[in-house]
Design a protein around this ligand. Structure first.
Ligand SMILES: *[C@@H]1O[C@H](CO)[C@@H](O)[C@H](O)[C@H]1NC(C)=O
Ligand SMILES: *[C@@H]1O[C@H](CO)[C@@H](O)[C@H](O)[C@H]1NC(C)=O
Length: 236
């Protein structure tokens, strides 16, 4: 079901950052906003087009996971505290992912995988989860390019994160699931296509404390990569 298309300036699409969202973030508009460096962060949703916000607004809601099965959680937004995450990897976007310590001996990680084929928009919208396992490559927080851009979560392909509204939330169908809408190219023109009932968001890192790894854990924090973060995304 195709609902509407957001046409982006083509110039913004032909850069050499294939792993970054095509939404190009501007320099901070508030001069007093200073970015810190952190090992851990929560991700705060910033609605990129206020006219597409959900009602009530989910602007500045935080990313967390809702349990849907053993070791599986759907990524959702919550008005309360988000999950503490960190970037794990060896330095290039191709070998970087986002992980989380949830207690227990196994790591949890942000995953972006195809939606079941019978879901509406499954041809261009991906499922986002926080699932047991090591970090999925190609997902990270932009701390590498620097140079006045906001840090924000990027996915393994061009596209934008969206948050959707489920009218009848249920187990496995939480109210505010976060998904990833892949950029589409139609007749040579690139589009950000936002599914109906969903709002496009950037997920901005807010500084947090890295949690301790449980004794006996089968993983460690040796590959945690520091990223830039905001002290308080909502506060400007
Ligand atoms: C959040 O979005 C607003 C527009 O809705 C924009 O002015 C602001 O720069 C964004 N902040 C971040 C941290 O992305
Ligand atoms: C962190 O990255 C290292 C190096 O690529 C990898 O061996 C390890 O499994 C990763 N840990 C997690 C929790 O993803």
């Amino acid at each position: 079901m195709i609902l509407f298309l957001l046409l982006l300036p083509l110039a913004a699409l032909s850069t050499s950052h294939p792993l970054h969202p095509t939404l190009h973030r501007k320099s901070p508009t508030t001069p007093s906003t200073t970015l810190q460096w952190t090992q851990a962060f929560t991700l705060i949703a910033n609605v990129t087009n206020p006219s597409l916000d959900l009602n009530p607004s989910i602007n500045h809601f935080q990313l967390t996971g809702i349990h849907i099965g053993a070791g599986l959680s759907t990524a959702v937004l919550t008005a309360t505290t988000g999950r503490i995450l960190y970037e794990n990897g060896t330095g290039t976007p191709q070998t970087t992912g986002i992980a989380s310590d949830l207690g227990g001996v196994y790591p949890y990680s942000l995953t972006i995988t195809p939606l079941p084929a019978d879901e509406p928009d499954a041809d261009y919208v991906d499922y986002v989860g926080i699932d047991i396992g090591t970090a999925q490559d190609g997902i990270g927080v932009d701390s590498i390019s620097g140079g006045g851009e906001w840090p924000a979560l990027f996915g393994p392909e061009r596209g934008t994160f969206v948050v959707c509204y489920e009218e009848k939330p249920a187990y496995g169908r939480p109210q505010y699931p976060v998904r990833f809408a892949r950029e589409r190219v139609v007749d040579g023109v690139a589009y950000q296509q936002i599914p109906l009932g969903c709002a496009p968001i950037v997920l901005v890192p807010q500084c947090a404390e890295l949690e301790a790894v449980e004794p006996g854990a089968v993983y460690n924090h040796d590959f945690v990569r520091s990223v830039r973060c905001f002290e308080d995304v909502g506060g400007g």
